[in-house]
Write a protein that binds this ligand. Structure first.
Ligand SMILES: [Fe+2]
Length: 380
């Protein structure tokens, strides 16, 4: 049997374990490990293994796989719009796991691939066959929209299940990391907020991107940056409990509206605490991200304390991103005003040391912000 056939059998096996076993079950873990081994073997043989599914026929590269003629999974994949699957080197175990979970959702009708579209994970693309031959460009824009879509899926999943899916969270973090390292030069490609898009997922993703940048600027270890990025990505997950009419209110909220808004840190921490140990730090940051240095702010603490340093960094990135974004009730602020707010809050709302490092990062890495987000303003 060829490696390609072995790989597809391993894929089918991994998909069946998703439906049967929980996240950490040994059968599921071992099926994913086996799939990763098969994929690595396939990648050693070919740089871009590509499969085409056409009803019950499977084509690997240019040749039909006779052993798989009449294969049911091929028919099911092509029926849900997944006609092509392409892999490239550098796929992590986490990414492969997230991809399998995603594929499973398509197959059980929980997710629909729009006609003529593709879905991606770092190193994996799948979807309509017609798009794979489209070399008309727009790669960067496509990446940005895909990232925004994945963050929106993460929020939608949490809204549906009352928990955050670790596979979705990892997938968004992978996308953010890939977008920031897409070129040889490290960059900070903050995603524009487009009319009609849900604001919280995009703002959360940009806050995570700023946290990655700040972590790198502070020379933190990779694992610390990842933890910081996940805390930033999920800090506002509690907003899923807030009705849209309050979140999108274009005027000044009344006291009742504010009362509801102020519930989101506790709601977020609760959602994250029931989502697994992995999210412990994110739960702390969600709870504390509206607290000042002395523990004032909201939620009201019985015994005021200084927030965790991760929460402080998340707050700084969030406040910066909020001010540079036009929201329903406020336009983006000029950079001079943003600097005033950050410096004005140093020592009270934010740690003075963190503010100075953050402003230094904006100044030193101005050219890395692909949309010129520091606006070329003097950041003295
Ligand atoms: Fe918040």
């Amino acid at each position: 049997m060829s490696l390609a056939v072995d790989f597809l059998h391993a894929l089918a096996q991994a998909l069946s374990t998703i439906g049967l076993y929980s996240d950490e079950h040994p059968a599921r873990v071992s099926a994913l490990e086996h799939l990763l081994e098969m994929l690595e073997a396939l990648l050693a043989e070919n740089r871009t293994p590509t499969f085409t599914f056409f009803k019950e026929e499977v084509v690997y590269l240019e040749a039909p796989l006779r052993e798989l003629k009449g294969w049911g999974l091929s028919k099911r994949l092509s029926e849900c719009g997944i006609e092509r699957m392409e892999f490239t080197a550098g796929i992590s175990a986490d990414t492969l796991g997230a991809f399998i979970v995603d594929l499973h959702l398509y197959l059980i009708d929980k997710k629909n691939l729009e006609e003529g579209s593709i879905d991606t994970f770092t190193g994996i693309r799948f979807g309509s066959v017609s798009l794979f031959d489209d070399s008309s460009g727009g790669e960067t824009d496509l990446d940005l929209y895909e990232q925004a879509g994945k963050a929106a899926d993460l929020f939608a999943e949490a809204r549906k299940k009352g928990q955050v899916s670790s596979a979705y969270s990892r997938s968004v973090l992978d996308s953010i990391w890939a977008a920031m390292h897409a070129d040889e030069e490290f960059s900070i490609p903050l995603v524009p907020v487009e009319a009609g898009n849900e604001l919280a997922p995009i703002r959360s993703m940009n806050t995570a991107m700023l946290a990655v940048a700040f972590g790198r600027y502070m020379k933190l270890k990779g694992s610390e940056i990842r933890m910081l990025a996940e805390a930033a990505l999920l800090h506002d997950i509690g907003k899923i409990i807030i009705p849209d009419e309050i979140l999108n209110d274009t005027g000044r909220l009344d006291p009742e509206g504010w009362k509801i808004i102020r519930k989101h840190p506790i709601a977020g921490a609760k959602i994250l605490m029931r989502s697994g140990e992995r999210f412990e730090m994110a739960a702390v940051a969600a709870y504390e991200h509206h607290l000042d240095l002395d523990g004032s702010g909201y939620p009201t603490l019985t015994y005021p304390r200084q927030p965790h340093r991760v929460s402080q960094v998340v707050r700084l990135c969030d406040v910066y991103d909020a001010m540079r974004t036009t929201r329903s009730y406020e336009r983006e602020q000029p950079m001079g005003r943003i600097m005033e707010v950050l410096r004005g809050g140093a020592g009270q709302k934010f740690s003075g040391e963190l503010v100075e490092h953050f402003i230094s990062m904006l100044r030193d890495w101005d050219s890395k912000f692909t949309r010129g987000d520091t606006g070329g303003i003097e950041l003295i």
